[in-house]
Every structure is written in structure tokens, then in C-alpha cells.
Design a protein around this ligand. Structure first.
Ligand SMILES: Cc1ncc(COP(=O)(O)O)c(C=O)c1O
Length: 469
């Protein structure tokens, strides 16, 4: 067997990405940390991309990568699918504008499709992001119930604003007991008001969740949940059924945040898999076919709180009445025609033949392939996920929530990810994998081969460390 010298993956990466480094230096002058979203940064500097096609990204240095980040899951058809591109161009060229600034046909068409696919969706409002979607869902819950607090689960992400940017990634020494977690801010600048108004729940622990909800039912407008935590830790069937029953009994609304899972775990989202009707649902990502989007859907009775018919809103000129009796929701770009054209084209392709099932099969093939390679090299691993998303977790212990995840070997996973970047497999280190229709057997095999090379490097590294001890 040839002797393979261990090479430092960070150094290898730096050697291949010199133009990225230069561009990053410029970026840092004009953007804090050189990025426009904190999550897009990773050490030593993020790789700057220049082009993309299908399943692949090309960086400014000309290196190619098989893309498993796929814009954090948004691109379920891959980069630049011709039907999506054509739909957007057709919309702009044949309709004579980028945006009408008024209600229009595509809003109605997409809403009808969502009502048909999502069991909990009877009416729809559009937003420009998943963040705005959960924000609107929470405001609807406050307005409908008249209650002032919400509950969310530890480890669950619902967007980057004050009420929900709590206990997504809390240090365990600050996070309180496992069955009664406390709210820990995930950002500087979050007023203590939000810690007091957001109650943290333990995911997949029905008994402890029930205790907290029962004690707080008078204050709680809603429970918001990612039915599949971070897109890869599914709620157990019994937890989900129990949560639905409990929230109904206690008069607390149940909000499914399906921004990641919509059109990815099933065309009708996680709610169609669990057979559950949430009161409100937040959608995003895939819905916009690669353009900025979000939507809230829900029961007509609740959504109707936002209906302006015969009510007063914030801009209405009526000096006599100070009463604002309508839930205000607005946005210059809500329901943008080009975005909805892209989203509808994406849905059309997903519903064509067995396209969606094909992506699920490809995902399964990759999961099995990666598990086999890593296990062959005696690296403890499991893949977790549903449908077209998964993550690799470096432990064989069961993972059901945020705290279990802390037992996985994150350092090993990070090292693996850096080797993979040098071998042309892209995801942000530690991130989950999303697949697309553009990922074929060729990409899967290339990825498995890259994993094999990375696993060998990890073993060589381990060997050279042992020799030094
Ligand atoms: C479950 C979930 N909710 C909300 C959001 C926020 O969506 P956006 O980034 O479009 O604002 C995300 C984004 O990753 C998400 O995964």
C-alpha cells in the first residue's frame, strides 16, 4: 500500500483559493466580517463563488464543487434549471414588468396549489423570506388568542429576529435543565423582554413539554416547532401527535415552521407525512425557486384576522377613530410575480412524473454510500434526515434533540468537511446536505470517492498524531 502523507486541509484549501482570499480582504473593508449574513462565514474565510450550473458551483479561482448546500436547501432543482429560468424571463417579457404592485393571477394560482398540498393551509399570505413568515405567523397567533408569549423548542431556528433568536445553539452550562430549558439569546442586542416572553421547550420530550405548556397555558399564544429539527432530526410520531392534542386542549396555537421542510421532506411538507393539521404554517426556501420568498398559511378563521375588509389599518386616514382593529401585514414585494413564476415552475417540475421520488432515491443512495465508506474506515457515523435532506452525525448514539447532538464528534466532522472542500464537495462545514434533481449517479459516486479519500486522510492524521504521542 502506498504511504500517504498527511496534509493539513486548511493549508490545502488556502493554496487553492487565493482569489477568494483576495476578494474576502476587499469584502471585509465594506461589509462587517466580509459577509452579508453571519451564517455565510466560516474559517479561514468563505469561498467566493463565481458561477454555477446544475449540481455544481465554481469558485473565483476556478475550482469546481458538487454543491450540497444548494442555497441552504432552496434549489431543489439545482442551479439554473431551464424551466425556472424560462418562467421568470417569460413572466417579465410577456407581462411587460417585473412587478405590478397590485394583486395578480400568480398569487392566486400559487395559493390554490398550497391549499391543495398542505393539510393545514386554507388561506395564504406571502412574505419575502422565511423570517418574515414566522414573524407574521407569531403576530397572527398573538392577535387571534390575545395572549402575549410564545413557546419554541431548544435547537430550533425560525429566523433572525428577537423573539425567536433564543436557545438555538445555547452553551449547555447556561441552558438550564434538559426538561426545563431556559432562554439563552443567540445574538448580542436582544432585550431581556424577549427572554421573558419566549418559553423554551425540550424537543421530543412530550412529558416535560406537557408540564411546561400546562403551567403556562394562560400566557401562551402559540408553540412554534420545526417538525424536523434543523431539517434532519425528525419529531417522533408520538411526540407530534401528542403536541397537536395538547395544544388543542390547552387553547394554544400550533405553528409548523416548514421553511426548510416544505417540498423537501414531501411535496405537502412534514404535516402531510405526520398527518397533522397545524393551525398556522410558515413556508419559504424551495417555494421561491431560488428567489426570496416566504408564506404563511393556516386556518381561515385565524388568517382572517389579517383581512382588511371593513376594518381600519395603520395607514388609514381617520382622525376620529384611533382603533386599529386589523392585523397589519404588508410588504412592497410580497407576492412578487417573478418570484412566484419561479416557484410555480419549480412545483411543476417536482410534480412531473416521479421527479420528487427520484431526488429522495438519490438522497438515500448517497446516505447509504457515505455511511458505508465511513464505517469501513471505522469512523463512527450515522446519517439522519427525511426526504431530500440529511446530515452526517459523528456518533452511533441515538439523536433526538439538541442536547443529544452535543455528544457527536463535531471536531471530526469539521475536519472531514475541510478535506471535502479541497476534494470538490461543497457544503458549509457542519451543515446539512440538501439534494436536487440535478444530482445524478455521477455526482453521488464522485462524492463517495471524495469521502473515501477524506477518510484515508483522517486516518493518516490520526496515525501521525499517535506516532507523536
Ligand atoms: C426553519 C426555518 N425557519 C425560518 C428560516 C428563515 O428563513 P429566511 O432565511 O428565508 O429568512 C429558516 C432559514 O434557514 C429556517 O430554516
Amino acid at each position: 500500500m502506498a504511504i500517504v502523507a498527511h496534509q493539513d486541509p486548511l493549508q490545502l484549501l488556502k493554496n487553492r483559493t487565493k482569489k477568494s482570499y483576495q476578494l474576502f480582504q476587499e469584502a471585509q473593508q465594506v461589509m462587517p466580517g466580509g459577509v452579508t449574513a453571519n451564517i455565510k462565514y466560516f474559517d479561514p474565510y468563505p469561498i467566493m463563488m463565481a458561477e454555477a450550473e446544475g449540481s455544481r458551483l465554481k469558485d473565483v479561482d476556478g475550482n469546481e464543487y458538487v454543491d450540497y448546500l444548494l442555497a441552504y436547501g432552496a434549489l431543489i432543482l439545482g442551479h439554473g434549471h431551464h424551466k425556472v429560468t424560462n418562467a421568470v424571463i417569460r413572466q417579465m417579457v410577456t407581462k411587460g414588468t417585473t412587478i405590478f404592485g397590485t394583486p395578480h393571477e400568480l398569487e392566486v394560482e400559487m395559493a390554490k396549489r398550497l391549499v391543495k398540498l398542505y393539510p393545514g393551509v386554507e388561506q395564504v399570505r406571502y412574505t419575502n423570506s422565511g423570517t418574515e413568515a414566522t414573524l407574521l405567523a407569531i403576530r397572527l397567533a398573538h392577535a387571534y388568542t390575545g395572549k402575549s408569549k410564545i413557546a419554541k423548542f431548544e435547537g430550533h431556528y425560525h429566523g433572525g429576529y428577537d423573539q425567536v433568536l433564543l436557545s438555538i445553539n445555547p452553551p449547555l452550562d447556561q441552558a438550564g435543565p434538559a426538561d426545563a430549558p431556559v432562554a439563552v439569546p443567540d445574538s448580542a442586542g436582544i432585550d431581556v423582554y424577549y427572554q421573558e416572553h419566549t418559553i423554551i421547550l425540550p424537543f421530543n420530550d412530550l412529558e416535560a413539554t406537557a408540564d411546561i405548556l400546562k403551567a403556562r397555558k394562560e400566557e401562551l399564544a402559540a408553540v412554534v416547532v420545526e417538525p424536523v429539527q434543523a431539517g434532519f432530526i425528525p419529531a417522533t410520531e408520538s411526540f407530534m401527535q401528542g403536541l397537536r392534542k395538547l395544544t388543542e386542549e390547552l387553547g394554544i396555537l400550533l405553528i409548523f415552521d416548514e421553511v426548510k421542510t416544505c417540498f423537501r421532506v414531501a411535496l405537502g411538507g412534514a404535516q402531510s407525512l405526520y398527518g397533522i393539521k397545524p393551525d398556522l404554517t410558515a413556508l419559504g426556501k424551495v417555494l421561491g425557486g431560488g428567489f426570496p420568498v416566504g408564506a404563511v398559511g393556516g386556518k381561515k378563521e385565524i388568517m382572517d384576522v389579517a383581512s382588511p375588509h371593513g376594518k381600519k389599518d395603520v395607514f388609514e386616514m381617520n382622525v376620529k377613530s384611533k382603533k386599529k382593529d386589523v392585523l397589519f401585514h404588508s410588504g412592497t414585494y410580497n407576492g412578487h410575480p417573478s418570484v412566484l413564476a419561479a416557484g410555480l415552475a419549480t412545483l411543476d417540475v417536482l410534480e412531473e412524473g416521479d421527479n420528487f421520488e427520484t431526488i429522495v432515491r438519490t438522497t438515500e443512495k448517497l446516505r447509504r454510500g457515505l455511511e458505508n465508506v465511513l464505517r469501513y474506515y471505522q469512523i463512527p457515523v450515522q446519517t439522519l434526515g427525511l426526504g431530500t435532506i440529511f446530515n452526517l452525525v459523528m456518533t452511533t448514539e441515538p439523536i433526538t434533540n439538541y442536547r443529544d447532538l452535543q455528544n457527536a464528534n463535531l471536531d471530526l466532522r469539521r475536519q472531514l468537511d475541510y478535506y471535502l472542500l479541497t476534494l470538490g464537495v461543497y457544503t458549509k462545514p457542519l451543515n446539512r446536505y440538501s439534494l436536487s434533481l440535478a444530482h445524478s449517479d455521477r455526482e453521488i459516486q464522485e462524492t463517495i470517492d471524495a469521502y473515501e479519500a477524506a477518510a484515508k486522510q483522517l486516518l493518516v492524521k490520526r496515525g501521525s498524531q499517535l506516532n507523536q504521542d
